[in-house]
Design a protein around this ligand. Structure first.
Ligand SMILES: *Cc1c(COP(=O)(O)O)cnc(C)c1O
Length: 377
């Protein structure tokens, strides 16, 4: 006899809005089944107008592909050093390696969990003292919380180092009313299956001028020169988004604002019901910071407590996940330099991402809260 389990609650599952299939059907009806077409252009326009800034968007096959091209376009090449937020998903750092460059990891601060301005400046000075100025900075708005934009960009400007803004988790977030995805010299977005909107898989590069976007599209479509035959003077990639995928994206853009409000409501629910518990901390928004609350995270008092909660949730068929393990602690990056202050290691050990999908119901949230209370009270 099998045991009937309670309904599975996922960490963050896809949430379709309803109009996605219309765009896909249109693509089928008009036979635009290619890595170009009206949905690709339409999706790019939708994103650009959503970001409400003078930006030029290139829809690509993934956020990782977008980071790869962004780093290349800001001038990273083999042997260079690139400063990268340590507290992030591996996809922020891997493309540095694709280019034969060396990541140097920078720790976080407690206000946003993102790149610490002090550590960033220490890292830059140290690299320069060694005679090797970093050529780019990868800054991340983790879990939707903007990094300290003013401070980080001021340092970047002082030392004249371009910023690649990893906005994969923060579409819908803003910093003093300016959208995340518009701050970096180049920014990137992700539409992977678990992100705030999804195209099943996909990403975008957000450029500040048309020529950078054109160059990104050129590289993403095999770097084909303008000639009747196939001619190439540069190494290209196959990184363009397909017209089918972009159709999903167009439908998803219509529900992005709703997704943000549902995810923010999840966070508010958890906070309201758990904040009085002594050993649970939340990451509230500093003034002017607006998070899409892609994932709702808590900090527990200890690694053991985090594991107790995670296991109790898993027991009840509820998916939760430790925060990203910092890059400077990853085996694959063990040979890389890092500038650390202990913050990312602490929040990794004590932090837990709770179910955060925009399709969760109050019953689901209530189940999560009750299990956590049972563990801790
Ligand atoms: C998801 C993610 C990426 C990569 O995006 P993909 O579309 O999955 O390739 C990069 N950086 C961060 C911080 C992410 O969360």
């Amino acid at each position: 006899m099998s045991i009937v389990k309670s309904k599975k609650i996922w960490l963050s599952s896809p949430h379709m809005g309803g109009t996605e299939l219309d765009y896909i059907k249109e693509a089928f009806d008009t036979n635009w089944i290619a890595p170009l077409g009206p949905n690709v252009n339409g999706f790019e326009e939708d994103i650009a107008s959503y970001l409400k800034d003078e930006v030029y968007v290139a829809a690509l096959s993934s956020g990782t592909a977008a980071l790869h091209l962004a780093l290349k376009l800001v001038g990273v090449s083999s042997g260079d050093f690139v400063l990268c937020q340590s507290m992030t998903f591996a996809a922020s750092a891997n493309p540095i390696k694709y280019l034969g460059a060396h990541p140097i990891f920078v720790d976080s601060e407690m206000k946003t969990w993102n790149m610490c301005p002090d550590q960033l400046e220490i890292a830059i000075k140290s690299c320069m003292a060694d005679g090797k100025k970093p050529v780019a900075i990868v800054a991340v708005h983790l879990y939707g919380m903007p990094y300290q934009v003013d401070k980080i960009h001021k340092i970047a400007t002082t030392y004249n180092i371009p910023i690649v803004e990893d906005s994969a988790e923060s579409l819908g977030s803003s910093y003093f009313d300016k959208a995340c995805g518009t701050f970096g010299d180049i920014a990137i977005l992700s539409f992977n299956g678990n992100k705030i909107i999804t195209t099943s898989g996909g990403g975008a590069l957000v450029a500040k001028n048309a020529s950078v976007k054109e160059k990104a599209v050129f590289l993403a479509t095999q770097a084909r020169d303008d000639a009747p035959h196939y001619q190439h003077s540069e190494i290209g990639y196959n990184y363009r988004m397909s017209n089918i995928t972009a159709g999903i994206g167009r439908g998803q853009m219509k529900v992005l604002e709703k997704h943000v409000s549902y995810r923010r409501a999840n966070y508010d629910y958890y906070r309201k019901h758990l904040r009085q518990i002594e050993n649970i901390e939340f990451l509230d928004e500093p003034e002017g910071f607006y998070s899409n609350r892609w994932l709702s995270c808590i900090l527990t008092a200890s690694f053991e407590m985090r594991e107790e909660i995670r296991n109790a949730l898993a027991e009840e068929n509820i998916e939760s996940r430790p925060l990203w393990k910092p890059m400077h602690l990853q085996p694959v990056f063990s040979g890389c330099k890092s500038f650390t202050n202990g913050v990312s290691e602490q929040i990794f050990k004590r932090g837990l991402c709770l179910p955060s999908g925009s399709n969760l119901e109050e019953d689901d949230l209530n189940r999560v809260v009750n299990i956590i209370k049972k563990v801790l009270l």
